[in-house]
Design a protein around this ligand. Structure first.
Ligand SMILES: [Zn+2]
Ligand SMILES: [Zn+2]
Length: 252
């Protein structure tokens, strides 16, 4: 693969390894672009809530400075970008964007794990009520329509525990909405490596019908998974089988 825009660092408390090891592995595996997109720090003003799966607010500058120093050091071998994976939380989004703007991120990807706000909502991947799937799709499309996001990571994270009618309707609405906004959808390679419930072929069959642009994302939480060929191969088999429009070239 030529690019990967979905890469974490140890700051999020559930990834391992030095940034340098991620970069060296990307070069070994022939990537032209490696984007770091660690779980963005989120301040959640006026609440005591603290998120455990993202970097602390105080690590914002260290993250950006570390990645940019390495980008310079490795510029002859690979293009390194500094981004974030971010949820769209309506109540906090404007402040969050201003907070992140302090380090001028190269891009954001949306990885929506909650419906509502993280402080008062619920994890979407544990729900089975049709109304929760509808809420997820509505929230994702509202977030994507801000224009703040490069692509949608693991779009099918809610899974297939909802009624068939709601699943067909809502996933089609998600694919059509993303297409209208020209926002690609990710086949998540972490899901393949870890045998998670996503990526699901049933979701991507809908994306194929709608004609969405598709990207591959390693969602690396360890250096060994950057550009890892066996999960890429499985993803490519799905691309071929379903006739998906895969973006091959880096575009950032
Ligand atoms: Zn993570
Ligand atoms: Zn991720």
């Amino acid at each position: 693969m030529q690019y990967n825009y979905h890469t974490h660092t140890a700051r999020c408390n559930h990834a391992q390894g030095e940034e340098r090891e991620y970069i060296e592995r990307a070069i070994e595996n022939g990537l032209k672009v490696l984007g770091f997109s660690d779980h963005a720090p989120y301040a959640f003003p006026n609440t005591d809530y603290r998120s455990h799966y993202r970097m602390d607010d105080g690590e914002l500058f260290d993250y950006a400075e570390t990645v940019r120093a390495l980008a310079k050091e490795y510029e002859r071998d690979i293009r390194i970008l500094c981004g974030f994976e971010l949820e769209y939380y309506p109540k906090y989004h404007a402040e969050e964007m201003a907070f992140l703007a302090q380090v001028r991120p190269d891009y954001l990807i949306m990885g929506q794990h909650f419906i509502g706000n993280e402080t008062d909502g619920k994890p979407i991947f544990l729900q089975s009520d049709d109304r929760d799937l509808t809420a997820y799709v509505t929230q994702v499309l509202e977030g994507l329509s801000t224009g703040d996001f490069l692509y949608l990571a693991h779009p099918d994270i809610p899974g297939f525990r909802f009624s068939k009618a709601a699943t067909d309707r809502e996933y089609r609405r998600l694919c059509e909405g993303a297409k209208a906004l020209s926002i690609p959808l990710e086949i998540n390679l972490l899901g393949i490596r870890s045998k998670r419930h996503y990526p699901d072929e049933r979701f991507f069959a809908i994306a194929a019908e709608v004609g969405n642009e598709i990207m591959l994302g390693c969602d690396s939480h360890s250096p060994a998974s950057v550009g890892e060929p066996s999960s890429e191969k499985i993803a490519r088999e799905m691309v071929k089988k379903l006739g998906l429009k895969l973006i091959e070239q880096p575009f950032l």
